[in-house]
Design a protein around this ligand. Structure first.
Ligand SMILES: [Zn+2]
Length: 174
């Protein structure tokens, strides 16, 4: 369920003009696409956003999202904890063209009919905050899995992990 204090939809222009601050929690189970990437959908996302109009008259929001999630460890296939703690710097735009003209420090969020669905916006940011591949700390992993995986881990890390910024660029380009 959405927390009482968090709206399901919002108008970023109104929020920015009124310098609204949003804080609250959303259950991880609200995020269906994120859930596919997690070992469990138990827990909450803590959201904090401060809206304002910047000096170039953009509608923006700064803040952060925090969540304790569990991903599947790719060595032993058991749940491994991961802490999401991501700073957000969002700018609300009308379309892709405006998104492309934003300064690099902003993540574009495209408004539909002047509104944004909060959960959709947050879900994208949460997915971007996850590591491509999750592992336990070595001390927390299954020793047998560790023994067989350790010789290949380092080589695999270098070659297979896509640069997170290239993924971000791809998503933005869509
Ligand atoms: Zn493990």
């Amino acid at each position: 369920m959405l927390n009482d204090t968090l709206p399901r939809y919002f108008d970023p222009r109104k929020y920015a003009s009124n310098e609204v601050s949003l804080t609250g929690t959303i259950a991880l189970s609200e995020f269906k696409e994120l859930a596919v990437l997690l070992a469990s959908n138990k827990g909450d996302v803590i959201v904090s956003l401060n809206f304002k109009v910047d000096e170039d008259r953009r509608y923006i929001a700064n803040g952060n999202i925090k969540a304790q999630v569990e991903m599947v460890c790719q060595r032993c296939m058991k749940p491994a904890p991961y802490s999401i703690d991501t700073e957000l710097s969002l700018a609300f735009v009308y379309d892709e063209e405006h998104a492309k003209s934003l300064p690099a420090e902003y993540d574009p969020v495209i408004m539909t009919d002047g509104e944004v669905i909060l959960a959709e916006m947050l879900e994208e940011e949460l997915i971007l905050a996850l590591p491509v591949v999750a592992y336990h700390e070595e001390s927390g992993c299954n020793p047998i899995a560790l023994k067989y995986a350790s010789s290949t881990d380092e080589a695999a890390d270098d070659e297979q992990k896509p640069n997170p910024f290239s993924i971000l660029a791809e998503l933005k380009a869509k």
